[in-house]
Design a protein around this ligand. Structure first.
Ligand code: SF4
Length: 392
């Protein structure tokens, strides 16, 4: 039987089968089991009260005033021009009186604790507990979004609860988490909250990371990377037409983001969701692998995840496992060292880490559970080759 993954869990919560959760109950599981989580969702009350609205507002960090009426948001590559009382494409940045405000500062749609592998992030302290923070909305419009219940809604349309960055850090420490991640919805849209959490978390010795679509502008990216240990980037396709038609975005900025992260020496992992007929040609996947190998590096872990019909793409089938395996073979043929297959519970080798030099299985995972870890001082226990990652 398939284990519940984070996306399936969220879908149940927001579609109502998790009604008890949306009333503020706490659900706990055994850390490390495939479907374990401790979820602290929103309080169930929509942020409709003035007090809540006010608490969620914070002046944005990156914008330019163009004239008396208009502002340009400089946070992401969209560079929205926003008129008085208007919001940007992401719905959560508003021009009020000539100043740009984030509308989701501290306004967490949920907090979730589960193994770090669920980010996915496989080369960072395997198996440790991670606290994930998320809010409403996104700066993409992906037709296949698995989290559309929150990502395609504004802050007034979802259940949320107010937390300070210090609250988040306290919860993470109290619950034995070694890291805090910002994911589920696009963290760029709650940048100021993420930034302040990361600063507070570093002061308490926690690891910090975020999972992004890569559309953030270089300056805010560089600024937040100073307080980040790891980033997972979705590379949704290696084709501008896909980005335009499926996500209402473009590929080139995402490639720039990957390069900036690499230049700043922050741990990086890449996810490629393989969607039948849209981005599953081995020619496209091969081109992407060659680009990664040349411009980012062969050490960067690459996750080929399985697509399931979702949101506006329910007409397509699930990705055949053989397609994912062919994609992984293509990546290895292009000399990428750490290649994974995701969203296929029970896959024999797709979740595990192998030494690229001698082939020994170093970390055996069953879905998101680490069964065995044979790394020795961050290297292969058999041949001694150093393995890319944060291991201590
Ligand atoms: S963060 Fe939002 S408002 Fe700012 S440029 Fe991007 S989509 Fe537009």
């Amino acid at each position: 039987m398939e284990s519940t993954n984070r996306r399936e869990f969220l879908r149940k919560v927001f579609l109502g089968t998790g009604a008890a959760l949306s009333l503020g109950c706490l659900v706990s599981g055994n850390a490390g089991s495939p479907d374990s989580f401790i979820s602290i969702p929103g309080s169930g009350s929509l942020p409709k009260h003035d007090k809540m609205r006010k608490a969620s507002r914070k002046e944005a960090m990156y914008y330019t005033r163009l004239d008396r009426q208009r502002i340009r948001c400089d946070l992401c590559f969209r560079k929205c021009i926003i008129s008085e009382n208007g919001t940007g494409f992401c719905r959560v940045r508003e021009n009020t009186g000539g100043k740009l405000y984030s509308l989701v500062y501290g306004n967490a749609a949920g907090l979730q604790i589960d193994p770090i592998e669920m980010e996915p992030m496989y080369h960072m302290l395997p198996g440790h507990r991670n606290l994930c923070v998320y809010t409403a909305s996104c700066n993409f419009r992906c037709k296949h979004c698995h989290n559309w219940h929150i990502s395609q809604r504004g802050p007034s349309q979802i259940s949320a609860r107010q937390y300070s960055p210090r609250d988040i850090v306290r919860i993470a420490k109290r619950r034995g988490c070694k890291s805090i991640s910002h994911s589920i919805n696009e963290p760029t849209v709650f940048y100021e909250f993420m930034y302040d959490i990361a600063v507070a978390a570093k002061g308490e010795g926690l690891l910090t990371l975020f999972h992004t679509n890569g559309y953030i502008s270089p300056e805010p990216l560089r600024d937040v990377l100073q307080f980040m240990d790891g980033v997972t980037v979705d590379l949704k396709a290696f084709d501008e037409v896909f980005y335009k038609d499926i996500s209402m975005a473009s590929l080139q900025p995402v490639l720039e983001t990957l390069q900036v992260i690499r230049e700043n020496n922050v741990h990086l992992e890449i996810v490629y969701l393989v969607i039948p007929t849209l981005n599953d040609s081995m020619e496209e996947i091969g081109n992407m692998c060659r680009w990664i190998s040349k411009h980012i590096g062969r050490d960067i872990p690459l996750h080929f995840n399985r697509f399931s019909p979702m949101y506006q793409l329910t007409n397509l089938p699930r990705t055949p496992v053989r397609t994912l395996e062919a994609a992984a073979d293509t990546a290895r043929q292009n000399r990428l060292r750490y290649v994974y297959i995701g969203n296929v519970p029970g896959h024999q080798t797709g979740y595990s880490t192998h030494c690229p030099a001698c082939g020994r299985m170093l970390i055996r995972r069953t879905h998101f559970t680490v069964e065995r870890n044979e790394l020795k001082n961050g290297g292969c226990s058999n041949c001694g080759m150093k393995i890319y990652g944060i291991w201590e």
